[in-house]
Write a protein that binds this ligand. Structure first.
Ligand SMILES: Cc1cc2nc3c(=O)[nH]c(=O)nc-3n(C[C@H](O)[C@H](O)[C@H](O)COP(=O)(O)OP(=O)(O)OC[C@H]3O[C@@H](n4cnc5c(N)ncnc54)[C@H](O)[C@@H]3O)c2cc1C
Length: 393
């Protein structure tokens, strides 16, 4: 039977960071992963360039039943700490938008950086490991795979969420939490495209590929970013963001011209070009294919601007500033970037990420009920929670 100080389950962002930190403390650390390679989500993240953190990351950018839980880890290992690590490895990066930092070349730079740090900290990694059981007796854990039983003092669960099952995602971490008496809060796909009702699909699928800047709002939260029409529904950053706040049955309120007061715009157009048609005027602001669809849906009637009165101008403006979509659902874990919900933070120490009632058992990263916005926040949570656990496990 092999003996280790720490076994980390999951060689993703959180697991590798934790293993590195524990290794630096002189702990013997083994990372077990079910996949053929480490950091598979890192490799495919950010369109292959990994949006590895966000310059403005703050607790407000995270969803959790306990919104205070993430504060400790995020303040002890900040985005600036991770940026310093990236700089130490001379990885070129840039800000794309809204504080989102991406590699100039490839997400592989981040994985190589983590592997080089892991090697320096004497971390061992075993891939394609199918863990069948984890048990606890006499102050030690036994982790069993078909080939081997291994004992350790600490088990760190970093097995991630349920998104992208074809990339190795499993419910392992949630099941293990329940096995040891921790509560798991309801799980759902987030940062995920929303799908059409059949009636909307018939109308809008023809304009798939059209995108425009909007604000999207659900349940009192609003995001100003781009929205994209697809064959299946709505996507783009504004929709992915709002999907985390959307619940089945909810409406999504979309302002299709957030930068323009449409009453002022249409009134000015009317004065300058009274013979112009409404659709031509709106086509100066919105994608023309979308304007055609809105016309088809009788959101406005196509008539010369001079025929509009202040009331009809306001009606057009209101319907475009507050267009209501009622999605059928989401595309689910197949395309979701993250899983909302997970191990209830009430059962964990925010300082160490250790289970309060189960010494030596830690949960970090996405398996925990802390979910970031789109834009590098989820990796920052993975780094921060992994770093924190690595100081204690
Ligand atoms: C397509 C896509 C793009 C993304 N882009 C970004 C981005 O640019 N920026 C950002 O901040 N976030 C992004 N995310 C989210 C981010 O990838 C995750 O939040 C982050 O990877 C979570 O880290 P983690 O270590 O908790 O889990 P993961 O990175 O998912 O790692 C978990 C590891 O555990 C392994 N595992 C699972 N089950 C078992 C088991 N039973 N036994 C052994 N090992 C197991 C998995 O194979 C995996 O290697 C993206 C997600 C997706 C799906």
């Amino acid at each position: 039977m092999q003996q280790w100080d720490v076994i980390v389950i999951g060689a993703g962002a959180a697991g590798l960071m934790c293993a590195i930190e524990a290794g630096k403390r002189g702990r013997s650390v083994l990372v077990l992963d079910n996949g053929k390679r480490v950091g598979r989500k890192i490799l495919m993240s950010g369109g292959g360039r990994c949006n590895f953190t966000n310059m403005y990351a703050a607790p407000e950018n995270f969803l959790s039943q306990n919104k205070h839980f993430c504060k400790s880890a995020l303040s002890r290992y900040t985005q600036w700490d991770f940026i310093a690590l990236v700089q130490k490895h001379a990885i070129a990066y840039h800000e794309k938008t809204l504080g989102q930092l991406f590699c100039d070349d490839s997400a592989k730079d981040i994985v190589d950086m983590l592997l080089s740090e892991a090697k320096a900290a004497n971390v061992q990694i075993a891939l394609q490991q199918n863990i069948s059981d984890v048990s606890f007796a006499d102050g030690q854990y036994t982790v069993i795979t078909p080939e081997l039983s291994r004992r350790c003092h600490s088990v760190v669960v970093a097995s991630g969420g349920l998104s992208l099952p074809n990339l190795g995602a499993t419910a392992f971490g949630f099941q293990l939490a329940e096995q040891f008496g921790l509560k798991v809060l309801p799980l759902r796909a987030a940062l995920v495209p929303l799908t059409w009702q059949p009636s909307d699909k018939a109308v809008f699928e023809e304009i798939s590929g059209v995108s425009l800047p909007v604000t999207a709002e659900a349940n009192g939260t609003m995001f100003p970013e781009d929205m994209l029409f697809t064959h299946r529904g709505l996507s783009g950053p504004a929709i992915l963001q709002i999907s985390s706040y959307w619940q089945p049955g909810d409406e999504v309120l979309v302002n299709m011209a957030p930068q323009t007061d449409l009453v002022e715009f249409l009134t000015a157009q009317q004065q300058a070009h009274p013979e112009q048609e409404v659709k031509t005027a709106l086509g100066k602001l919105l994608p023309k294919r979308l304007v055609e669809k809105l016309l088809e849906l009788n959101v406005f009637a196509n008539q010369p601007l001079k025929a509009l009165n202040p009331k009809s101008i306001k009606q057009i403006a209101d319907s475009l500033h507050g267009y209501i979509f009622k999605p059928n659902g989401t595309e689910g874990y197949r395309t979701a970037e993250v899983t909302i919900g997970g191990v209830d933070t009430d059962y964990l120490s925010s300082k160490t990420m250790e289970a309060k009632q189960q010494p030596g058992l830690y949960f970090i990263g996405e398996v925990v009920d802390v979910t970031g916005w789109l834009g590098g926040y989820n990796f920052q949570w993975a780094w921060a929670s992994g770093w924190v656990a690595g100081q204690y496990c």
